[in-house]
Design a protein around this ligand. Structure first.
Ligand code: CA
Ligand code: CA
Length: 310
């Protein structure tokens, strides 16, 4: 007995050590913000496999091609869904897997043509079906679109963006797994924010296309001086494949507000716009002091969808 106990005491520290460092990316490089699954998981040498690896951040696939094989189908219905929806008059979606949680994100910013198609359905701002959030009670107009085309819709307030996504069976991008992204702290955490995770390729990149700023890659202050058609700059793809303009063109509303009281709540916009310099064009930028009712020709949005986790 005594021998056996001694052996266990000796063996346990070894097991614990191997378990700790082989596991979920505890030993991840310092550069990775809050430990992305890709870095921690694939790097982990040790057995256990580690929860960090579940991210498999490379798992971007356009909604039209294949998608993950793990879906196994069946039992549809309800929310969340099992596959990215194809909704007419909205951007195509890209399926992502983050730390084991699946979701979809629009491949581009919502265009003026798509927004106009929704306005043409005459959505009623006073309807609770259209605007269920009490904090959007102030929003009595969804604006107008004068020249529908493939440029991003802009001059929409946070509630306009929220209502568009909701009407199209999507939601304004927020927290991975559901709900809003916390306003303080976690908006730049790729394990929390759908928008940030997509832009950074799961925390691997500072800009959608890489870690170094490239002035002409995306539509910022160094580029066109106005909005461009969405997805028209091939160099502005990423973080994950088939996602465009996460940096520049227009800022994008995120479901990430400081309070839920009404028009003066501060809400985040992400990624910079066509007048932004490099310091605002990275994935971690979230504007401060922009209120829910702000309507600006540099601000648009894209939508997300939560998927069922296998
Ligand atoms: Ca409005
Ligand atoms: Ca953008």
């Amino acid at each position: 007995m005594r021998v056996a106990v001694s052996f266990l005491l000796l063996a346990c520290p070894l097991v614990i050590a191997a378990g700790c460092f082989g596991g979920g990316g505890v030993d991840a490089p310092p550069s990775g913000p809050s430990g992305s699954g890709a870095t921690g998981g694939t790097g982990g040498s040790g057995g256990t496999g580690g929860s960090g690896g579940a991210g498999g951040m490379g798992g971007a696939s356009s909604s039209s091609s294949s998608a993950s094989s793990s879906g196994s189908g069946g039992s549809g219905g309800g929310i969340p869904q099992n596959a990215c929806p194809k909704v007419p008059n909205t951007p195509e979606m890209v399926e992502l897997v983050s730390f084991g949680t699946k979701y979809c994100i629009d491949s581009t910013e919502v265009t003026t043509a798509q927004y106009k198609a929704w306005l043409d359905t005459n959505p009623d701002p006073a309807s609770e079906m259209v605007q269920p959030l009490p904090e959007c009670g102030f929003n009595t107009s969804f604006g107008s679109v004068t020249s529908p085309d493939n440029r991003p819709v802009a001059s929409v307030d946070w509630c306009d963006a929220y209502a568009f996504c909701l009407a199209n069976q999507k939601r304004l991008c927020g927290r991975i797994g559901g709900g809003p992204t916390p306003y303080a702290g976690d908006y730049a955490n790729p394990a929390v924010s759908q928008w940030h995770n997509a832009c950074t390729m799961g925390g691997m990149r500072t800009f959608p296309y890489g870690n170094e700023y490239v002035g002409e890659a995306c539509n910022g202050a160094n580029t066109a001086g106005a909005t461009l058609a969405v997805g028209s700059l091939a160099g502005c793809e990423g973080g994950f494949d088939h996602i465009f303009d996460m940096s520049g063109n227009v800022w994008e509303w995120e479901d990430s507000c400081e309070t839920q009281t009404g028009e003066m709540d501060k809400c985040h916009r992400r990624g910079g716009g066509f007048t932004s310099s490099d310091t605002d064009l990275d994935c971690s930028t979230a504007s401060a002091n922009i209120t829910r009712n702000n309507s600006d020709p540099r601000t648009g949005f894209r939508c997300c969808v939560d998927l069922a986790t296998p």
